[in-house]
Every structure is written in C-alpha cells, then in structure tokens.
Design a protein. Structure first.
Length: 362
C-alpha cells in the first residue's frame, strides 16, 4: 500500500498499484509501484528487481494483475515468465478488460492465487479510480479556508489571507494532483484567481469555471492564460463567451432546463478526469452540497475571528431543515498546519446519489 501511494497524481486515470516479490524462502526480493500513466506496471518493476529470485516465490500486489495489451504488455505474461508460484492480490480489478481475467489466467497456469487480503484498504486507496469506473464521474474534493467563526471573507469581501503560509502550501500540493480545479463566477470576479499549482505538481489541472449567466470579466488571469493552461467554461449562455473562446478557453453550453451538475460531472468523467477540486465560493459550494456530490473534504480553520452578519460563510444553498440530516463526515482527521488546523474527512455516501435539481450560481 505504501508503495502504491507513491504513484498518486502521476498514474491517473490508472489506479495506484504497489507490488512486492518474496523469494521461495519468504525474503524480500523486489518491490515496485506504478510510477506514471502509460509506463510499466508495479509488477514489472518488482519482478525486474527480484530477477531469478522470483522463481518459485510469491508476488503480493494491491490490485489484480492485468491480462490485456494496453499501453504496456499483460502483467500476467511477465508473472508466468518469472516463474512466480503464488500471487496474493488485495482485490480484483473491475476494469472491463481485466475483471477477474488476470486471476483466471494465473490459476489456469497453476499459480496459487489468493484474493482479498487488505481489500478494504485497497478499495479506500483507489476510491477515485473505482468511482470513475462505476459511475463515469470523477472523485470530487471540496476545499475551503475559514476563520474560527466560520467566515471565508469579511463583509467587504476581503479574504487574503485567511489561512497561513503552511496551509497555502498544502493547497498547492493538493492542486498539483488534480485533473481539474472548479470555481464559480463569483470567485473569478472577486478574486481573479490563477488556479495553478505553485510550484508545479504531478499534474496540470484544467481550470473550470461554472457560470449560468456567462457574465465573466473581459480581463482576468484565467482568460489571459487559457492558451497556456486549459480553461473550460460551462454556461447556459455560452454565446456571451465568444471572447473567452477566441482567447483559447473551451466553452461548453448547458441546457438551462437541466441540472448543471448532472451534465458537468459526467462530462469531466468522459474526459477521464479522476480527481477534481472545488475551491468555491459559497454559492457553488451550496449547489454541490445540496446535490450531495462531494466525496472528500479539505478544510483549513484559522485562529481568527472576523464577525459580521454580512460576512460570507463557506456553504450557501438550501441546506437542511434538521440538524439530524446534516452532512456528517467519516474518517475525520485533525492536523496542525502552521497556526491553522487542517480538517480532512470523507462523505458518508459515495457521491453516487441522484443529484437534486439545484439552483446554479449565476
């Protein structure tokens, strides 16, 4: 599992996979992980390091070995050629071209196969990959920074900076492993963000703007850099964004009678985006929380108090009428982040519930 995690941000839309080879005496002979999309799989690295010590040994792997020709040859061929006697896999791979086929090939060749060791941990590790396969939608992260009294800006809209330097560094690391960073029109107008990872991370995220009205600034950082880093704008008034399109942005029209999230998330999934990050603001967070599409939360709480009834809170929208219905997170951790506290947790649902018809920010 630890080896597999080294591939986070580099391998998507593939899964993170780690592998270890034990020789016939049960001693560590080789290890590897899937290092980048399109590159050799974890088993290949582990078998190469083990060499002849792999013969008669055991391969332990976090996911069923592949059995098809894709960007690389089948791992089952390499396993059989190396003379592995036993394979222990955490889980089968639901990818249609594998889906138990790799394990069947190994068993048919006389290899002892055991499946299900640490399966829950493996599924948790690759939850975004599994969701994309199952639903056609990416794993949705939500990130915001707020004060102790739950504000994301003063009543005048000033928000720089709520969180400290260490928290901002963590956010850039998070951006660096995303396929897309999503904001609403209000954030573009108020903050003029660049939405890039600085320094650059493993991935270059597309900057996604959601605007029902199509009323976006004529001049802003996103538009000015659209030819350098992808910008995708979803709008029910796409004709108002011809200037953005001329400057290199991709403008995707929305039907004003459709629930926007029911269109946007599947579209990002068709692009094979595995992880997407929503950065706000309050109207957009209200829409996605009302629609219950967030899978993972990253919240930075600063030891500051702003006050003011007119100061914005992180999540707008309709909300719930009863406290008993409020979103409650699972696997919550609290970590010091400079002077701030980083709260990390996961939605109790898996993000596959049907979206409500939620008003979309203008």
């Amino acid at each position: 599992m630890a080896l597999a995690k080294k591939g986070r941000g580099y391998v998507e839309p593939n899964p993170m996979v780690g592998a270890v080879v034990l020789d016939s005496a049960g001693q560590l002979a080789g290890e590897g992980w899937h290092q980048k999309f399109g590159g050799p799989h974890a088993e290949v690295f582990a078998l190469a390091e083990a060499g002849e010590r792999a013969r008669g040994g055991t391969l332990v792997v976090t996911l069923e070995p592949c059995c098809h020709h894709g960007k690389t040859p089948p791992c089952t061929d390499a396993i059989l050629k190396a003379g592995i006697a036993r394979v222990v896999a955490a889980m089968s791979d639901p990818f249609p071209k594998v889906a138990g086929g790799g394990l069947a090939i190994l068993r048919a060749a006389g290899v002892e196969v055991e499946v299900g060791v640490c399966e829950a941990e493996s599924r948790e590790l690759n939850a975004p990959y599994l969701k994309l396969l199952r639903t056609g939608k990416p794993w949705v992260h939500a990130k915001w920074a707020m004060t102790l009294d739950g504000k994301i800006a003063t009543r005048t809209g000033d928000s720089k900076w709520i969180s400290g330097e260490e928290s901002r560094r963590r956010v850039h690391e998070l951006r660096g492993r995303m396929d897309a960073i999503i904001v609403g029109r209000g954030t573009v107008v108020a903050d003029d963000p660049l939405l890039t990872a600085r320094p650059a991370g493993a991935r270059i995220a597309a900057r996604v703007v959601l605007s029902a009205s199509g009323q976006l600034p004529e001049k802003c950082q996103l538009r000015a850099t659209a030819r350098e880093v992808p910008v995708i704008v979803y709008s029910a008034n796409a004709t108002k964004l011809d200037g953005w399109a001329a400057d290199g942005a991709e403008v995707v029209p929305l039907d004003e009678n459709e629930s926007p999230l029911s269109v946007i998330l599947p579209d990002l999934g068709r692009r094979r985006f595995t992880n997407v990050l929503i950065e706000g603001g309050a109207n957009l967070f209200g829409s996605v929380m009302d629609a219950e599409v967030v899978d993972e939360f990253h919240v930075f709480v600063a030891p500051k108090v702003i006050g003011g009834t007119g100061a914005l809170t992180p999540v707008g929208g309709m909300g719930f009428l009863r406290m008993a219905d409020a979103h409650a997170l699972d696997r919550v951790t609290f970590e010091q982040s400079g002077e701030d506290v980083y709260v990390h947790g996961f939605a109790r649902s898996d993000g596959t519930v049907a979206e409500r018809t939620t008003p979309f920010p203008p």
